[in-house]
Design a protein around this ligand. Structure first.
Ligand code: ACO
Length: 328
């Protein structure tokens, strides 16, 4: 990376009010609170109201992040929304959000990298700022996974929730800011986690809907193995690129997919639980929103201090992964 210091100068998050508990799910599919908690660590997740789309959740998170940065919407030069559940195919959710915010000067586009989307977005925005093209970028992870979840499928319905997290990026004093980025993809694993219906290969039709192809499908076991492997390798690479050791990490902010995946990362990094943000029990897997919600919540709770070395790491459909080291 060059000398220009780019960092996060504001954060915010939003989750819908409606709670879907494991007890609620027990009434919908053949499962139990005990099974879900043991296998995933999830106790409840949030579900968007019928009239809430991804841009509505993103809007609430973005407003808070912009205010937290001490900026106005007109100060934002770039908006990136990482999502797999856009409001529509097009216009992009980022452009819908630009209008809602009144961020008239901002360029805006969506980024599709599933649960890794927020880290991909941070890397993209950070580079726009370090080249001098833009001053302030708004990066949002937002998803309404409840709209693509099959609530008759116990393999997936227990995992996902809805929400949005946002970060404003800008220049920061020397010694702070992003120290490394690692982004990866392996398309050979694409079929392990996908939504086929409605795309150009499988356009929406009565048949595609009858076959449930408008829902997310996942091979959980294989994704689990991939996740454990890649959380480890991506974390190590991000630390190496930043010139840091495991012992230098003050706070791990991992993708919140499954407590067992997070625990495995903690073991490999030899970190204690108090050095990790964990909210998977309350929000489930919120895809691209998971890491920025975890970060914004930790900031709000006073768990992030100036000079702290943060490690972000996540994985998702694609398959994709990403990690980043940031000095707060
Ligand atoms: N309740 C009760 N039993 C269940 C449930 C359920 N909700 N779901 C599955 N089972 C059953 C299975 O049918 C299976 O029964 P069988 O042995 O008779 O066939 C048994 O429980 C064990 O199932 P496994 O799939 O082996 O369970 P596992 O321990 O692997 O846990 C889980 C499943 C939680 C999905 C896990 O594999 C996982 O977390 N994988 C990673 C998923 C993930 O992170 N996905 C998100 C990626 S990010 C993104 O891009 C959106």
């Amino acid at each position: 990376m060059n000398d220009t210091q780019v960092g996060i100068i504001g954060t915010g998050f939003y989750v819908p009010d409606k709670v879907l508990s494991n007890q609620d799910l027990e009434k919908m599919v053949e499962t139990s609170d005990e099974w879900i908690v043991t296998r995933t660590g999830i106790k409840e997740r949030r579900i968007a109201a019928a009239d809430q789309a991804t841009s509505d959740l993103a809007f609430e998170a973005a407003k808070k992040a912009i205010a937290n940065a001490g900026l106005a919407a007109e100060d934002i030069d770039l908006i990136i929304v990482a999502t797999v559940t856009p409001d529509k195919f097009f216009p992009a959710t980022a452009v819908i959000l630009q209008e809602k915010l009144g961020a008239r000067k901002a360029a805006a586009f969506d980024l599709s990298a599933a649960c890794s989307g927020f880290i991909y977005g941070l890397a993209t925005a950070s580079n726009f700022i370090s080249t001098g093209m833009y001053r302030h970028a708004l990066v949002i992870g937002a998803d309404v996974l409840s709209r693509i979840t099959d609530y008759t499928d116990r393999n997936t319905s227990i995992l996902f929730g809805d929400g949005a997290g946002a970060a404003v990026l800008g220049r920061v004093p020397k010694g702070r800011g992003f120290r490394s980025f690692v982004l990866g993809a392996d398309g050979s694993g694409g079929e392990l986690l996908q939504l086929e219906g409605g795309g150009s290969r499988c356009p929406s039709s009565v048949e595609s809907v009858q076959q449930g192809r408008h829902y997310l499908r996942m091979n959980g076991k294989e994704v689990f193995k991939f996740a454990v492997r890649v959380m480890d390798s991506a974390s190590e690479e991000a630390l190496r690129k930043a010139g840091l050791e495991k012992t230098d990490i003050d706070l791990l902010v991992p993708h919140q997919a499954n407590i067992r995946i997070i625990q495995s990362a903690l073991e490999r990094l030899e970190l204690s639980k108090d050095k990790c943000v964990i909210n998977v029990d309350r929000y489930g897997n919120v895809s691209a929103a998971s890491i920025p919600i975890a970060l914004a919540e930790a900031v709000e709770q006073g768990k992030v201090h100036e000079g702290d070395r943060l490690l972000f790491v996540g994985f998702g459909g694609g398959l994709t992964w990403g990690a980043s080291v940031l000095v707060w």
